[in-house]
Design a protein around this ligand. Structure first.
Ligand SMILES: CC(C)(COP(=O)(O)OP(=O)(O)OC[C@H]1O[C@@H](n2cnc3c(N)ncnc32)[C@H](O)[C@@H]1OP(=O)(O)O)[C@@H](O)C(=O)NCCC(=O)NCCS
Length: 184
């Protein structure tokens, strides 16, 4: 992504701190479907940050958190970006572009050679943003498919999140709600 002209004063891109939680949560809740009560819980985010301080970057203007992006370097050379969001009232000022510049730099330094992300085909503003930022459709004839593993969102005890994050399976009694059910 090309570096953007500075269009807003007092903008800082920095790593997430525990005290940013409420603002980041509000920002995710502002965008439909972006907030997950389990994986975006305060405890879950703090745990991920302890493991990797690069996991969330926030954009701060005059001391107020107005945007965020989450990043993951996964196995191999690929990496993953999600939860990119800028608060209403702060859009169109180059904030997402600065967040993405920083995210890309950090992922590159960790050995990532490419970044993948999902964007809703109906999300015109995000698609436009990503196109201008150098992201293009996956080459080849692919179709994304998904299978919901639960009919309702499972309630997971916070104390079990670290086990889930390590990839361990929970026993039935520990995954205390949510109806496992394939949709077909
Ligand atoms: C998509 C989003 C993150 C863009 O944030 P932003 O801070 O407004 O974007 P920027 O100001 O950095 O824009 C960077 C470039 O994208 C373009 N762009 C951003 N929003 C656009 C829109 N709605 N229509 C057309 N172009 C747009 C800008 O014009 C700019 O291009 P330029 O460099 O040629 O001027 C923001 O609109 C948002 O939070 N949307 C809701 C959450 C969301 O959908 N996130 C993506 C999840 S996949």
């Amino acid at each position: 992504m090309t570096k953007k002209r500075e269009t807003i004063h007092n903008l800082t891109i920095r790593e997430y701190q525990a005290s940013d939680y409420e603002e980041v949560k509000k920002n995710l809740l502002e965008k439909q479907d972006m907030f997950d009560p389990v994986w975006d819980s305060e405890e879950s985010l703090n745990r991920e940050i302890e493991r990797d301080s690069n996991f969330i970057l926030v954009a701060e203007v005059d001391g107020k958190v107005v945007g965020n992006v989450f990043l993951k370097n996964w196995w191999g050379y690929g990496s993953w970006i999600f939860h990119l969001a800028v608060k209403q009232g702060y859009k169109g000022k180059g904030i997402a572009a600065r967040l993405m510049d920083e995210a890309e730099d950090r992922l590159r330094r960790k050995g990532a050679r490419e970044i993948a992300l999902f964007v809703d085909v109906n999300n015109a503003e995000a698609r436009e943003f990503y196109a201008k930022s150098g992201y293009h459709d996956f080459p080849g004839e692919y179709k994304s498919v998904v299978k919901k593993l639960y009919r309702t969102t499972p309630k997971v005890e916070y104390s079990n999140l670290s086990r889930l994050s390590r990839g361990e399976a929970l026993r039935d009694g520990e995954r205390n709600s949510g109806t496992p059910r394939e949709f077909g």
